[in-house]
Design a protein around this ligand. Sequence first.
Ligand code: ADP
Length: 613
Amino acid sequence: MRLVSRNTALFLYGFLVVLPTLVLGGLHAWQLHEDQKQRLAALPEEAQDAARRLAEAARARLQARIDAENRRPFYHYRERFFPPGTAGADLVFMPSPLAAGSPPPGILGWFTYDFRVGPDAPVEVLPPPDSGDEEWRAMRPSLERTARRLVRHDWEDGVLRRIARYGPGYRTERVPLALAAVNTSPERDIDCMRAEYPKLAQLERLRIGVHVYDFHLRLFRDDDGTPRLLATRLLVFDADPQLAHMPDCFARLAEGASVIQGVFLDPRWAFGEMPFEISSEVLDPSLEFVHAGSAELEPTPGKQSGKVVVPVPLAETYGLEVYDPADLRIGTVGVLAHTHELQALLRQQWWRFLGMAAMLVLSLSLGIVLLLRSVHRDIEQARRTENFVAAVSHELRTPVTALRLFGEMLRDGWASDPEQEAEYQRRIVEESRRLETLVERVLEKSRLDGDPGASSAASVQDLNACVEQAVRDLVGTGPEQDLALELAPEPLEVRLVPEAVRSIVVNLVENARKYAPVGANGRSNEPILVRTARVGSHAVLEVADRGPGIPRAERERIFEAFYRLGDEATRSARGTGLGLHLVRRHALALGGRVEVRDRPGGGALFRVQFPLA
Ligand code: ADP
């Protein structure tokens, strides 16, 4: 029965409390995991988005630069030019705005080149060598070399490829003939130009068509590996037969002319400074700009822990022409998203969850312990009541049966002699006393249960006197000489109720007689010792025997109501488990306490302490 009810309690607890907790905990852990997965999955998307925004903004910024160049008049690409609207008697030249100081950020220089002259035509880079700062001056010769190389390259490429390269984007302007003629002629023919200029001025009203192609961007490496970002445009002047009668210095324009103009853009600006500047506007603070050429952009096998890098191929975004696809890498920057912040967040959430789980486990375990204890207590209580019922019915039936038996025997004249008759009468008295004791104990207990403050009836009296009286009454009820009394030499003044002390002594002595009878089973003949003494501020009453003693584990429990050692079936001595309980109740009511210990030399020693008055 005990096992079944404990298992039922455990099952119900597990089913109603532990299982839902485990399920909820598991669900929460799963949810944490899923959320993190989603956040991690969203991260590259966010970075992709940011990368797209960055690329678009950088492309627009570069396009703005190129648009400004597209709008620039073709004659600005010379150191000195013949300005429009100045046609008159004299040929005047103005310095180009591109020829002063070093070029603005993002631009390294400009150049122009007359395609009619052939691949070895001189190419001059603007601004001129005597302007600009040191760094720029040092760079200029290499720009010139690059421009010349480009001219040769484009010449070898042929016109068709060239036209294809420059594509359909062009605008056609009609410019004054003089403006086109002077500004496309080399300045070294200045004398010829001056001589013929008046003739040219007469044609002032005439206009000539010029097709200005959009700038085309290309990215390549120089012979020494320096990356170059170059925008070039083609100008095609319509052939004009009216110019055929002009002298050589202008006559070439009669067959039409094609001029290439270029802008050296700074790759460090286009792939570095400019997108970096933009990144501070378009990237969230959680995202980071990765510079071109950084190790972060190297493709690493497997997943990189802690970060996600999205490459931004600016060279492709800008629509650059490359001669070697590997050159595209020059213009690849990146957007880096850190996952370690997410991971730190997850860790934090996990710790919080584990803390909660630990607390739950703790309280669930505590719950199980408390539950088992309470179940155990209930079972014990049930067991004790069961024991009591068994004991009481046994204790009642035995004397009642004996009484009836001896009564009948006397009535029916079974006693053959007066001695036997006296024996039957003695047994009847003994059995009825036992019955009385039992009834009294049960009544005593219920009295104590009903009125725990029984000590209000207490008065200061000598403990010795009470104990002596109780022992004297007991002497006649048991075997001869089985009691020894040792009283303290001085009176022990204690607040007490004589009936309570008497109950204590009687119960303890009767137990000793029951469980440790003097001389029985080869036991020592030493009588049961009843002793009083003064110990410090206490009066002590002790009852000691030479019996089996009380096992250590049972020393607390024997004072509980209806608690008996062993099993009802295996117990030989009669009892109800109430005696020691009553002893303790009386002792407590008088402000004292009771304990049992091993008696030195064997046996049990019950000691009751009362505070001295
Ligand atoms: P009862 O005597 O009616 O069984 P008690 O409350 O007086 O109930 O005693 C409780 C139990 O303590 C007894 O069942 C017995 O096993 C044990 N006990 C009591 N006194 C002694 C003793 N002097 N020696 C050994 N065991 C004892």
